[in-house]
Design a protein around this ligand. Structure first.
Ligand code: ADP
Length: 482
């Protein structure tokens, strides 16, 4: 034996105690004894014995209960129970409790040494296994920590170097992280911004409004404009247990392309208008130069129809150009009710021809709008015109105008073909026509783009609610005059 192992004996003074002491010492063990429960605790804590032998009844207490308590505190301590008598029930409960061994009279020296050796060997085995397991788990944890540390560094490097701006903040909008792109976009010094409120570090009003509006509900896209002409598209994404992230992509070049496209369309439409007016004028003159046969007359009318069609398209494009350029600044008190009446008069013959049931409902307390009356009429004509144009014969169109707080709400319902859900946003874009637009219904795809520009320039909102096969509702909200 390389090192003497200490065996603690918790046995009442008796010949058995002497026997055990002698036997174990003879077998090369160091032996200590204790008198009572307190003594056991003290020895176990201070002397750290390799094994404890306890009698079934020790200084007036139940040996099994003492063992149970000890095992709860020192689960690896091997304990052998000494019983006055061998009963199976007793042995069973001792083993069930996790004791290592069991001794009972008649005691032979060999039996004692044998049982102690066996228990110690098992404890050693268990200890080795435990140490191995701890080592294995620790090294696998260390490995995992190493991997996640590498992953983290990798991720940080990616986020730091991507071209899109990334801001991560906590739930009080204090900055947790910004990447290099953000520092460049906002011309910031990265040194001391972490932990500061975002609103203090970045003063851009578009970003502020994105964050304040995102709190009210999901808001995905938002344009952030800079005085030097740069434009970014920003998204706000809540991150559970952290706060939120804002990502920003530079869309200046897309905006520039869009502007060039609009300029091009505007110039082209402008240049086309004069020759078109000339063509229309000459087609009218032809009729006056002498009698035309029936064929010539029919061709001439078709020619005039087509030229008028192109002219109205060109006019729409010019209108859109003006609206988008922000030239529409005329504002006066406009009664929506009056505008609606004139528009309805204009569509009267079409409504009758298609046998459409048209109904209107106008709130009593309607306040005037502060608007450009020509544009409001144009908006009304386009929306009403579409409802009547797309509603099949015998269908119905309902116009409802109401007040909500300081806003006027115009709602036009029809029983037309409806608009597929995934196209409902697109129909407000220039030249977009829904895939289910009925073949025979003509259109340029500009009407709703004009409506949207007019509504936006009057600080309002327009959208559609529609079900294919049932009909559509176009809703416009405009602020009433103060
Ligand atoms: P268009 O000149 O083609 O009517 P608009 O810009 O006014 O152009 O409308 C765009 C598209 O939206 C239309 O082509 C049509 O597909 C769809 N749309 C607009 N209004 C309605 C409506 N009331 N019912 C069904 N579809 C509509």
């Amino acid at each position: 034996m390389e090192k003497q192992e200490l065996i603690l004996l918790a046995l009442n003074a008796s010949p058995i105690l002497d026997l055990m002491q002698r036997t174990l010492r003879a077998a090369g063990y160091e032996v200590a004894t204790c008198q009572d429960r307190k003594g056991i605790d003290k020895s176990v804590q201070e002397a750290i014995p390799s094994l404890l032998i306890i009698s079934q009844d020790f200084s007036g207490q139940d040996g099994i209960s003492i063992s149970k308590e000890l095992l709860e505190r020192f689960p690896t301590l091997p304990i052998i129970l000494y019983a006055e008598q061998d009963t199976t029930g007793f042995a069973k409960s001792a083993l069930r409790m996790g004791l290592s061994g069991y001794l009972y009279p008649p005691l032979k020296m060999d039996d004692i040494v044998e049982e102690v050796k066996r228990s110690l060997a098992r404890a050693r085995h268990l200890g080795d296994w435990l140490r191995r397991e701890v080592k294995r788990t620790t090294s696998s944890l260390a490995e995992k920590a190493k991997i996640s540390e590498t992953e983290r560094t990798k991720l940080e490097a990616i986020i730091s170097n991507i071209q899109d701006g990334v801001i991560v903040m906590d739930d009080r909008n204090d900055i947790l992280f910004v990447n290099r792109a953000i520092l460049e976009i906002f011309n910031l010094n990265g040194g001391s911004i972490s932990g500061k409120p975002l609103g203090e570090v970045i003063l851009n009003s578009d970003l502020k409004s994105l964050i304040s509006r995102a709190v009210d509900g999901p808001l995905k896209y938002h344009e952030i404009n800079f005085d030097d002409g740069r434009v970014f598209n920003a998204q706000y994404t809540p991150i559970p247990k952290i706060g939120a992230a804002v990502t920003m992509q530079d869309i200046t070049y897309i905006k520039e392309i869009d502007r060039l496209k609009s300029d091009f369309i505007h110039t082209l439409s402008h240049d086309l208008r004069s020759p078109l007016t000339a063509i229309l004028g000459y087609t009218e003159l032809i009729e006056r130069t002498g009698p035309l046969n029936q064929n010539q007359q029919e061709f001439l009318h078709r020619l005039q129809g087509s030229v008028q069609h192109i002219t109205s398209l060109v006019n729409d494009l010019l209108d859109l150009g003006r609206l988008e350029a922000g030239f529409d600044t005329r504002r006066e008190a406009v009664q929506l009710e009056g505008v609606l009446k004139y528009a309805l008069d204009m569509f009267d013959s079409q409504v009758k021809k298609k046998k459409i049931m048209l109904s209107t409902e106008i709130a009593q307390d309607l306040r005037p709008l502060r608007a450009n009356p020509i544009r409001i009429r144009q908006m009304m004509d386009n929306l009403l015109g579409n409802a009547i144009k797309y509603t099949p014969e015998g269908g119905s169109v309902k116009v409802n105008v109401s007040m909500l707080d300081h806003q006027i709400i115009l709602k036009i319902d029809d029983t037309g073909p409806g608009i597929p859900a995934d196209e409902q946003n697109n129909i407000f874009e220039k030249f977009y026509r829904a895939t289910n637009a009925p073949g025979g219904v003509e259109g340029s795809g500009l009407g709703l783009a004009i409506v949207k520009s007019i509504v936006t320039s009057h600080q309002g909102r327009v959208w559609v609610e529609s079900t294919v096969g049932k009909g559509s509702s176009f809703i416009v909200i405009l602020p009433a005059q103060e």
